[in-house]
Design a protein around this ligand. Structure first.
Ligand SMILES: C[S@@+](CC[C@H](N)C(=O)[O-])C[C@H]1O[C@@H](n2cnc3c(N)ncnc32)[C@H](O)[C@@H]1O
Ligand SMILES: Nc1c(NC[C@H](O)[C@H](O)[C@H](O)CO)[nH]c(=O)[nH]c1=O
Ligand SMILES: N[C@@H](Cc1ccc(O)cc1)C(=O)O
Ligand code: SF4
Length: 362
């Protein structure tokens, strides 16, 4: 079938198959531009011309980690000179700073600290809730939940309940990476497998804890792996409706063991970044929001993402460090005035949102 027919079909409401997604993701000629245009049209029909962002701050409590994922430039081992761990006073101080900055969301994920258990995560959330009451705590992910459950000898459902009681409002959809076990064995052999990730995300959604959905791409996965991953996310969303948005995380390669060992490509090409936004918009027909994360692709590509199916720029990200440690530049904080320039240049309107996409006045 010619590409134009596939795109006409999808615009007419036909659900793309996984094979069709592979074909779209593999396009290299000017067909790419037709795919981006179709995704842009669908974005306009579905969510209009508003571009959103969230005012948020990260509190990454420690980079000490029992794992050593090949794609990660952030984690450290005990004794490393630049290992860090924020104690209660430091976490409280950062939460106060977040409040003073007027954020609506604190995002906290960390290394899997050797001494953490379920209670450690609950304590951290309660400190943040104390110091920044009313600020939405967007934290952890299925890997941290699995780790906490294992360390405390309790079920992942119980961990989620404890986290929620301590202040967790939504779960991060990270640790998804690529939801194909053959790829996970190469890039993150110590992480939970695909089935466990899916089980914990569904558990969270069933408890009323919504989450983001992510993919980390541009290392050693194939187009088929990316399409499989999108298909798993679409199936979960059909079942639970619990995903708030899809956030493609383009692999930052420079300071990572995987790249240095020659086992990963030097990140995605620009074509692949834009096709990821576009194919996500076309394939994930049950998601409203697709995020162009400026910290992963840079502000110029993020703007092009907004012309390729994306409708959200992500967070202001005070105190970003995970991408910086992997080798990205200018990762700490993007001023909404700059986001306004990016959106305004496309004739679109920038609006501040909450974590769950309620638009705020102004
Ligand atoms: C650094 S981890 C922290 C939480 C927890 N330790 C874990 O691994 O789930 C958070 C997420 O950041 C993303 N990430 C880490 N390193 C990255 C890199 N070099 N490029 C792009 N994304 C990365 C991955 O998707 C990862 O799941
Ligand atoms: N915290 C990081 C994020 N978060 C994604 C958004 O900023 C936001 O938390 C989400 O949309 C929920 O509202 N993305 C990154 O690329 N890097 C981070 O450190
Ligand atoms: N805030 C992200 C989590 C995240 C954390 C660190 C990153 O480098 C990227 C993403 C989410 O909503 O799921
Ligand atoms: S990605 Fe998470 S689990 Fe893996 S090494 Fe980095 S901090 Fe640890």
């Amino acid at each position: 079938m010619p590409l134009s027919e596939v795109l006409d079909d999808v615009l007419a409401g036909h659900r793309l198959t996984e094979e069709e997604a592979v074909r779209l993701l593999s396009t290299r000629d000017r067909g790419v531009l037709a795919i981006l245009a179709a995704a842009d049209e669908l974005r306009e029909r579905k969510v209009g011309d508003t571009v959103t962002y969230v005012r948020n701050q990260n509190i990454n409590v420690t980079n000490l980690c029992v794992n050593a994922c090949g794609f990660c430039g952030f984690s450290r081992k005990p004794g490393d000179a630049d290992a860090f761990f924020y104690d209660e006073a430091a976490v409280r101080e950062k939460a106060r700073a977040a409040r003073e900055r007027g954020v609506t969301e604190v995002c906290t994920v960390s290394g899997l600290h050797p001494d953490f258990d379920a209670g450690s995560y609950a304590e951290i959330y309660s400190w943040i809730r104390d110091e920044a009451p009313g600020v939405h705590i967007h934290a952890s992910n299925p890997m941290e939940v699995a780790y906490a459950a294992e360390k405390s000898g309790i079920s992942t459902g119980e961990v989620l309940g404890m986290m929620r009681d301590a202040g967790l409002a939504t779960l991060c959809g990270t640790a998804a990476e690529i939801l194909v076990d053959d790829v996970r064995r190469v890039i993150c052999p110590g992480k939970c497998d695909t089935a466990t990730w899916v089980r914990i995300i569904k558990e969270a959604h069933c408890l009323g804890i919504r989450s983001t959905a992510t993919i980390m791409y541009g290392h050693c996965e194939s187009e088929g792996d990316r399409a499989r991953h999108l298909s798993i996310l679409r199936d979960i969303q059909d079942e639970t409706g619990g995903f708030t948005e899809f956030v493609p995380l383009s692999f930052i390669h420079k300071n990572t063991p995987l790249y240095r060992a020659g086992q990963a490509r030097p990140g995605a090409a620009g074509r692949e970044d834009l096709l990821m936004f576009a194919v996500a918009r076309l394939f994930l027909d049950n998601f409203d929001h697709i995020q162009a994360s400026w910290v992963k692709v840079g502000t110029k590509m993020a703007q092009m993402g907004l012309l390729s199916g994306a409708d959200d720029l992500g967070g202001t990200l005070f105190e970003e460090s995970i991408s910086r440690e992997a080798g990205a530049r200018d990762t700490d904080y993007l001023d909404p005035a700059e986001m306004q320039r990016i959106a305004g240049d496309l004739g679109r309107t920038l609006r501040q949102r909450t974590t769950t996409y309620t638009l705020l006045p102004g």
